[in-house]
Design a protein around this ligand. Structure first.
Ligand code: SF4
Length: 371
């Protein structure tokens, strides 16, 4: 029996039934035809072949327009309520691959206002600190500042607010109540906020004074915001933003549990190598109680957090993923060895990322949009 799960822009918990979610949100699956079309530009891409990015709205339209010479731009972002963990990087890594393949502009929004409004105990100064820290993680991924810009809603408020009120004027309380489950006790800033999240989906069109298609690669939990944006933007004379949704990378806890309040369940980009190793070695696996039993009966990669880390980010080769799955089930690899290899891969990735993150401090001004 499928257990209950929750997926909203502010909460993700339980074992997610993606099939159910796709139906509930009214998304389309990326079918073989679209995979082939994407491959023409992206080549074989693990996020697509493994169905990590697996659903979409209007991706066909984006490709049709691109092929007619009407280039799109990319938009996504992050809510800076804490340090960045590895799962947060997926949408940015994939966006970079899209940007490089299609040679398009990219807007990244840091919703500092949202985090202040929605997180009861978070002070504005703390959000601003995380905004800066998160920006370093994004820049460290190697974006080209000539084609990429970062927005902090607070730092770019004058420009953003002017556009957000146009969205807000078309949006009723009953719609946001129905989409987000708000009540009379919800603060008024939170009720307004989705208007700010809609702005980058048409900001490039406003700046260029022509209608430009927008593609948003994002975690499926953010879909409610963009459903609203798709409803409102045509009323303002813009294209509906298209989107491509990814699954949520599970954490290291039991049943993929990941929580910032339990730091052992996720790996932060700022973790020291020994901490990374400790977290990986203590992660929940699909292994047996003893090595002997595992060799005899095999493990279960389907419930294993370590396997998911390989699958989402730390094994490029699809064939090797398939082989790991087989070896695990047959008991040909045991968890200690499997975790050790992963720990080494993540440590290498994190130390390289931290080196680039330090360099990013000098680049912030090149990326950040200001009024
Ligand atoms: Fe997970 Fe690896 Fe153990 Fe299999 S061998 S259960 S994939 S840690």
């Amino acid at each position: 029996m499928v257990k209950e799960f929750v997926v909203t822009p502010w909460e993700v918990k339980g074992r997610i039934d993606y099939e159910k979610l796709v139906k509930e949100f009214g998304l389309n699956l990326i079918d073989d035809r679209l995979i082939k079309r994407l491959e023409r530009y992206l080549g074989r891409n693990k996020f697509i072949t493994r169905k990590i990015f697996f659903a979409h709205r209007d991706l066909g339209f984006i490709l049709d327009e691109y092929e007619k010479g009407n280039k799109f731009y990319l938009y996504n972002g992050r809510g800076p309520s804490g340090n960045t963990h590895i799962g947060h990087l997926i949408s940015f890594i994939f966006a970079k691959q899209l940007q490089d393949a299609f040679d398009v502009k990219y807007l990244i929004q840091l919703t500092d206002d949202e985090k202040f409004l929605f997180k009861e105990n978070l002070k504005l100064e703390e959000v601003e600190k995380f905004t800066y820290e998160n920006m370093l993680d994004i820049i460290a991924l190697g974006f080209d500042p000539r084609k990429t810009r970062i927005i902090s809603d607070l730092a770019y408020a004058k420009t953003m607010y002017r556009e957000a009120i146009k969205v807000a004027k078309k949006l009723t309380f009953s719609t946001v109540k129905a989409v987000f489950g708000f009540t009379n006790e919800t603060n008024v800033g939170s009720i307004f906020f989705t208007s700010m999240q809609a702005v980058p989906a048409f900001l490039e069109s406003v700046k260029e004074k022509r209608n430009i298609p927008c593609l948003i690669p994002h975690g499926i939990d953010q879909d409610p915001h963009f459903r609203i944006a798709r409803d409102i933007l045509p009323k303002l004379g813009f294209y509906k933003p298209a989107s491509i949704q990814c699954k949520i990378m599970p954490g290291l806890g039991k049943e993929g549990k990941m929580s910032s309040s339990e730091p052992s369940t996720c790996i932060f980009t700022t973790d020291a190598p020994d901490i990374v190793r400790k977290k990986v070695m203590n992660a929940f696996t699909g292994g047996r109680e003893t090595a002997e039993l595992q060799r005899k009966y095999g493990g279960n990669p389907d419930i294993c957090s370590i396997y998911q880390y390989y699958y989402f980010l730390f094994e490029e080769d699809d064939q090797k993923i398939f082989e790991l799955n087989e070896k695990c089930r047959k008991g040909e690899i045991i968890c200690g060895e499997c975790k050790k290899i992963l720990a080494e891969k993540i440590e290498k990735f994190i130390s390289e990322h931290q080196r680039k993150r330090e360099k990013a401090r000098d680049l912030v001004e090149k990326f950040l949009l200001k009024d």
